[in-house]
Design a protein around this ligand. Sequence first.
Ligand SMILES: Cc1cc2nc3c(=O)[nH]c(=O)nc-3n(C[C@H](O)[C@H](O)[C@H](O)COP(=O)(O)OP(=O)(O)OC[C@H]3O[C@@H](n4cnc5c(N)ncnc54)[C@H](O)[C@@H]3O)c2cc1C
Length: 468
Amino acid sequence: MPEYDYDMVVIGSGPAGQRAAIQAAKLDKRVALVERKAVIGGMCINTGTIPSKTLREAVLHLSGYRERGVYGASYTVKQNITMDDLLFRADHVIRHEIDVTRHQLMRNRVEMLAAEGAFVGPHTLRITYVDGRGQRDVSAAYVVIATGTTATRDPHTPFDGQRIFISDDILQLERLPRTLAVIGAGVIGVEYASIFAALGVRVTLVDKRSRLLPFVDAEIIEALAYHLRQDRVTLRLSEEVSGLEPFRDEKGERVRIHLSSGKQIVTEMALYSIGRTGATDPLNVPAAGLPSDERGRIKVNEHYQTAVPHIYAVGDVIGFPSLASTSMEQGRLAACHAFGVEAKSVPELFPYGIYTIPEISTVGRNEEELTNLGVPYEVGKAHYREIARGQIIGDSTGLLKLIFHLDTRQLLGVHIIGEDATELVHIGQAVLAFGGQVDYFVQTVFNYPTLAECYKTAAFDGINRLGW
Ligand SMILES: Cc1cc2nc3c(=O)[nH]c(=O)nc-3n(C[C@H](O)[C@H](O)[C@H](O)COP(=O)(O)OP(=O)(O)OC[C@H]3O[C@@H](n4cnc5c(N)ncnc54)[C@H](O)[C@@H]3O)c2cc1C
């Protein structure tokens, strides 16, 4: 066995890289974590998940949005909310998360190298220090690529980070607009559209697809579209953007967006959110004998091994589902596999958390999928307004929907829109994982008054529909 500098080198300090590095270190391996940004944490902590979720929370709090069901539409905690108000909370959480992560890596004796890594051979990386200290080569028995993605930018669009910006730029915005166009109605686009709309910004959401978030249950998406329209969001679906043109007139600096259908949208700011590309460009993967596809993604097998077995790839760089939650699990599984440790996991049963306002969460199959698969099913629903907790918190529009097998009554899917959906879904996820039946919810006592009671009400509803 040749002698390497490390047992494992991990490239990228986002959730996927962190978990791979910590898992390997917990197995007493010599581990280095290479990160090219001045701060650790990846897109997740610095520009993506954590900032967007914290901004959302700040908006919900300051706008009084959650309380309007009780106190009326004019209720607000603070009038004239500014970007500074929102950043105050985001800065606090980001700083804390970076500190906790750094401490965790240090405690586990992961060596952190502040450098950009690029392959010069299958076991060797050339690292270029970010502080200008130069370069050095490091070798490892195993390498984990956890480099994430970069936002896809159209080369013809004049991005300036203020009038025309991507989600990575949001924390740098100097002010809030009165009007905003969001181009691309993927998860990130729809989340930000609803967050800005809750602030009172007039939002136009454009997408070339005819439906929002096609992977989510159609009934849940209908409810989301209703809420967006209530918050004065204009949906421009089945529309393609042909160009963006910044201009200035007596009303100030604005952007004119041209659609292929001939329509135009005039807006103060435009958030461009059409997807992300794997961050493999400077990594020089061919030197390791690895191909990447045209979107910079790296192919892996079920153990997250690439075509070169001692090189693993995890997180967003391998594509679907591109979530922080699944990235962490992939990192852990890759490190366990590399060092021959058996790790049990059911990563295919992951929940989706979509932090729109209201939030959505789903796990398991939806109605369209089951219909296409020819699986006979029944549905049970509970509206938050039927539950005492829904009335207390003022969410009368939330909906929890269970799908179960018509013959075996086995739970097949859970789909929720409303307050705490992303927490509530885990009850259903556990029942799915253990192959439980819808009857479990009927036979179980839930705390009262809680939103979790929706499970019981939905189960009764579903069983009643069976007519037995
Ligand atoms: C706006 C937004 C909201 C999101 N919300 C959620 C959410 O609510 N829930 C959820 O689960 N997911 C969410 N995501 C997705 C989540 O952020 C990603 O799935 C997750 O960050 C991927 O983790 P990763 O470790 O693969 O990559 P990243 O977090 O992107 O980290 C990759 C790291 O690798 C570094 N790197 C790249 N190349 C090199 C190199 N050559 N050398 C050294 N370092 C390198 C980068 O600098 C970066 O720090 C959101 C994403 C965005 C953009």
